[in-house]
Design a protein. Sequence first.
Length: 288
Amino acid sequence: MRSDHKFDPVLAADRASRNPGDASGRSRPVLSTENLDAGYGGPLVLHGLTASIPSGETTAIVGANASGKSTLLRALARLLKPARGVVCLDGADIHSQSTRSVAVQLGLLPQSPRAPEGVVVGDLVRRGRYPHQRLFDQWSKADERAVVRALELTGLSDVGDRPIDELSGGQRQRAWIAMALAQDTPMMLLDEPTTFLDIAHQVEMLDLLARLNRSENRTIVMVLHDLNQACRYASHLIALADGRIEAVGHPSEVVTAEMIERVFGLRVSVISCPVSGTPLCVPHTHCY
């Protein structure tokens, strides 16, 4: 049976009262969907999704290929207009809000982004500051600090002057993440942020996002293919199957062998990770 997740205003209000803003004093945006249908002009990809993104937490969106994960993230980021239903940011239709007002609240790392030919790392990261600029504004010390910090956090300080197309796949991915960090938004949406990264850099990047969540109360929403990483790093899980929500909640509450077989068509055993204590999925195989 699929779980029909409903937005709980009492729970949302409780979270907001306990964590009203981030470390800089900014209020954190509240993001939700109501009866969301979405697609790309043909058959619908998402069907009647009602969900809320808990402020100040890390949400992982998981599911099999073509389940609607990236489509949901694009809808949340205002890149895809609903065929029906609504995406709300701070209680208002996100499509009724200006691009700039959304961009100072939501930072986005899309899947497989492309940089203009010849652009260097530092210039790409500086583009993350565009939403904070105003007509006739000059580049400020705050802008420069944000860029320097983003390069440091992603380990790219030494390659700031190098063209993006000269970097390895992993370095390019970190450069895009640095741009999202430089945008300095209270909410970050990331579509497969560990793409092209080796296992060490995957853990390093997810650890970075976890630190941003814990130390700065940033809301993190990310699409992940690795279910075990999702269980380890997320406090809130949205599992999709065929464009519908199959399960939603804390990984320890919703990740079961039955749920994984419904969502992924894979038989597993779910055990406790010996390092983190989070659910660990061990696939069954006929090879042993």
